[in-house]
Design a protein around this ligand. Structure first.
Ligand code: C2O
Ligand code: CU
Ligand code: CU
Length: 444
């Protein structure tokens, strides 16, 4: 397993994280003798791991060196001001720089990420390689340091015979682009060796455009300790986990006996239009060799991790209905993915919300496919899922910025936006976002 490179902090003042991220064309070697042209941040894909501490001030200068394309850096899930969040309304032109600055509030520790968000180009820039993890560490961490902290960024790749990344097809646009190989930190089925009896902390990132990852670690029990926006209140054991595009989980995996433990995919039917549904079960993503040497004794995982405050009663409730349309035009059939009957319009405000006010959002999926719903600038709490008249509550209270809304399902969540300005909400199948499944909430 190759560790992600780290973005070096260039500041010499404590409490400041200062660095530069350059988006540029580069190449990667995925197949024997073939160089694949990709995009990278500071020459790598996934981009360098950013690690800051809650309370820090962050100043990152973005240099857009992508030929002829505007871009932005969006800080997915992070509590940053709207004008620093890399919205499509704030493009950084090719060949220019801009500095993003924001403060990481106390209590904001979590597993965030960063990726481009330019109008109409997000899906393509992400599958060409632009995405990275941004971990905000707490000042005092309840998880024993002996467990380590390993970030695993999942991306997927489709390679043409000549080693290039092919353009998306009609099927890719309808279903979202699913590649042929799932990569972990840019590698195919990397191997890690640990002593037996080791407990390891992992952060799983689904940074694919559209692949749903239902995963299990055969031979090693998993415990969920955190979600998108940080730790849970208490650890929860899990046989398998589902990570829809853009979701993250923090896990403790116990490697109890010598041998091999393989992280592999299980079947998950996320709904598929047309032919060519990729086989998604039985792919080995990551292999851990558990050696005969016993691990040094490590402290146990605490029973309580941190409190998570509950929201008060909502002042407003809103409904967002997902539908799909198909229209014929001169160039053939065109799919539309709509929210409340409308496709995204960069000049239109869809919802006006009041800063600091608790809202209940109801996301209704009337399509034949799952859609991972994401809101910028804040973390929400899922209240319940409803399907066929049946209501189920989540297994634990958690901070989330992305939640899968399965086909035919309604998800209700509570959220509060504390900072004014326009925020995006959208399906995180990035091809759907591009085809219109996005709106703007203006927080005042
Ligand atoms: Cu991952 Cu609009 O973002
Ligand atoms: Cu986001
Ligand atoms: Cu979608």
């Amino acid at each position: 397993l190759r560790d992600l490179s780290r973005l070096a902090n260039e500041a010499d003042t404590p409490g400041l994280f200062k660095a530069k991220l350059t988006a540029e064309s580069t190449t990667a070697r995925f197949a024997e003798g073939l160089d694949t042209p990709i995009l990278g941040y500071n020459g790598t894909s996934p981009g360098p791991l950013i690690e800051a501490v809650e309370g820090d001030r962050v100043e990152i200068t973005f240099a857009n060196r992508i030929a002829d394309e505007a871009s932005t850096i969006h800080w997915h899930g992070m509590p940053v001001p709207a004008d620093q969040d890399g919205n499509p309304m704030d493009p950084v032109a090719a060949g220019t720089d801009r500095t993003y600055s924001f403060d990481l509030p106390e209590g904001s520790a979590g597993s965030y990420w960063y990726h481009p968000h330019p109008h109409g180009k997000t899906a393509e820039q992400v599958y060409r390689g632009l995405a990275g993890a941004f971990v905000v560490k707490p000042k005092a961490d309840p998880i024993p340091a002996a467990y380590g902290d390993t970030v695993l960024v999942f991306t997927d790749l489709r390679l043409a015979a000549d080693g290039t990344l092919p353009d998306s097809t009609m099927t890719d646009l309808m279903n979202g682009r699913v590649g042929d190989h799932v990569l972990v930190n840019g590698q195919k089925n990397p191997v890690l060796t640990v002593p037996f009896g080791t407990k390891r902390r992992f952060r799983f990132y689904n940074a694919t455009n559209a692949r749903f990852l239902r995963l299990s670690f055969d031979g090693a029990p998993m415990t969920i300790i955190g979600t998108d926006g940080g730790l849970l209140e208490a650890p929860v054991a899990a046989d398998d986990i589902l990570l829809s595009p853009a979701e993250r989980l923090e896990l403790i995996v116990s490697f109890e006996k010598p041998g091999t433990a393989t992280l592999s995919t299980l079947d998950y039917d996320r709904g598929w239009m047309g032919a060519g549904r990729p086989a998604d079960a039985g792919l080995a993503l990551f292999t851990v060799n558990v050696s005969e040497t016993p691990a040094e004794p490590a402290p146990p995982l605490p029973d309580r991790l941190r409190p998570i405050a509950q929201f008060g009663a909502p002042a407003v409730s809103r409904r967002f209905v997902f539908t799909e349309t198909m229209t014929m035009n001169a160039t053939g059939m065109e799919m539309g993915f709509l929210i409340n009957g409308a496709a995204f319009d960069i000049k239109r405000v869809d919802v006006v919300a009041k800063a600091g006010q608790v809202e209940l959002w109801e996301i209704v999926n009337k399509t034949d496919m799952d859609h991972p719903f994401h809101v910028h600038g804040t973390q929400f709490q899922v209240v319940e899922h409803e399907r066929g008249g049946e209501i189920s509550k989540p297994a634990y209270r958690a901070w989330k910025d992305t939640v899968n809304v399965a086909r035919g399902e309604t998800v209700r969540l509570l959220l509060r936006q504390d900072r004014p300005g326009p925020r995006m909400y959208h399906c995180h199948i990035l091809e759907h976002e591009q085809l219109g499944m996005m709106g703007i909430v203006d927080v005042q």
